[in-house]
Design a protein around this ligand. Sequence first.
Ligand code: MSP
Length: 629
Amino acid sequence: MTGSSRTTFYITTPIYYVNAEPHIGHAYSTIVADVIARFHRLSGSETFFLTGTDEHGNKVVEAAEKSGETVKAYVDRISRTFKEAWPKLDITNDYFVRTTDRNHQDTVREILSKVYAKGDIYFSDYEGKYCIGCERFYTDTELAEGKCPIHMSEPQLIKEENYFFRMSSYQDWLIDYIDKHPDFIRPERYRNEVRAFLRQPLEDLCISRPKKRLSWGIPLPFDESYVTYVWFDALINYISALGYPEGERFKRFWPVAQHIIAKDILKPHGIYWPCMLKAAGIEPYQHLNVHGYWNVDAGKMSKSLGNIVNPLDLAAKYGLDAFRYFLLRDMVFGLDSDFSEESLVKRLNADLANDFGNLVSRSMTMAITYFDGLLPAPGTLDEVDISLKEAALKVIDDYEGMMKEFAFHKALITVWELIGRANKYVDTMKPWAMAKQRRERLGTVLNNIAELIKVVSVLLWPFMPQTAEKIQHQLGLGVVGLEVDLASLREWGGIRQVRPISKAPPLFPRVKRQKEEEVKEEPHLVSLEDFQELDLRVGIIKEAEPIPGSKKLLKLTVDIGEERSIVAGLANHYQPDELKDKQVIVLANLRPVRLMGVESRGMILAAEDERGVHILMPDKESKPGSIIT
Ligand code: MSP
């Protein structure tokens, strides 16, 4: 397909709040979007893939305040961690949007002006219960025993004058639209959820925050003393990034827009966004694709539980492709899944190292042993060869249908059935037994297998791009990745090599299963934010004295910009006099404790080895109270 007749495809991820660094949940949505984008590119579509960061709202301001940076410096830094993480996961987004971008802010104001001019925005009093975690108001019926069902925390009661979007007047239109477009929101369980919600009268949406309460946001074009509610701002990213209204991209890609989100943000995407679009005179998106949650230790991931799973660490430990494969194979799109490293290792060993890796390595080895890697043209195909070929052609069709439906785990199961079949074909054909007397037949069989491996490599390219490209290179194909497209796969009949098949290390080395205790002994990694919570400072010891009744403890008076009394277990290693006037490093925000009746407010850092304890100090004299970063 060429020129303007080419089909188009547009896929988006949620834009992530910059109040935390990327974790496995963000990685999953973004990898799903990458897989689907790559699949559409393989199918010959012109594809636009968007991700980005959501940088306004209370939640972000709170996180910035904690970090001690200015809001701007903070959002720039965290946004960068997202932007820089994605290439490390082989994400091929075409654009990265930030809600602090000038053109995004202009688009938000343009839409607001349009909807305001239409009479769909009015000013009124409001009292409601607001969850900062979700950045939205909750109705009493939505709350679980008075608490937000997602964050299990009590919402804040907010009463103030604000601007409202007349969402209620779009309720009937939305119900009708969803009924006429049954796959507008999919899978079905989420469409049902939205439909159930729409059985209650829809309230108008509060779309502003007074600047005196929240100044970090986009000012309303018709009242500069208010900023835009973060969701009204964020959802518009999906069109601002396309250059709405006049941009060529908007015209090409908006009509085929598909969003990916998890179930936590179904309401803003399934209800607010279509109503906003309708009010602004823009066609609704084509599909909202909703997935479930990755749970860890049978529950939610959370900073306070310390069970946040870092995608970059996993990719580094097990290989990026194995990680991507696991995420897409283990989660049924739409349902929740439990994450564990153990199941990742199981999949890696069974599906990747055993089934797939072995098929590739033994086939390539035979091609090198018997034909120096250059396969002869195939002879006539026997029935068993034809049946393998037909199985492969059927898998290509099934796979296409499943990918379009976001049934990734099914698509992978189908491909693995084909891999299993190919392994059986090798077992029963026993090519090694043909080497002496039946060389022509041997050539045909190895050709058939090589063709099948090529097909599998292309089908797996969206999921495991590096592996697919390695295989295609090893097979001696002149083209890798995109240039072998889905349509050309159906022309079965002898692979076209431009180089002989080459030796290569195993695609997926087996991973030894770690025992539970070993896993627990792994170093626990902390984030930069965690580290920044520590208040480390330079101090100078003003006085040191023994504590009556204690052999180990000394009472130190330390100047860290202010005077502190600190109890330290140094009596066996230092004489009190030796310590006087020494510079030290102090952890200043350690919770105070009383030891042997003496209050201790802080901790002196020291190193320990077989010769004893040695206190740490700056290598040049530093001012007491200097911050350690
Ligand atoms: N900023 C809003 C989205 C605005 S879109 C216009 C937001 N950001 S978020 O950082 O909280 O990201 C939520 C999204 O991250 C989820 O919808 C999902 O895509 C992904 N996930 C976060 N945690 C997740 C899991 N534990 N499991 C799976 N995906 C999850 O909401």
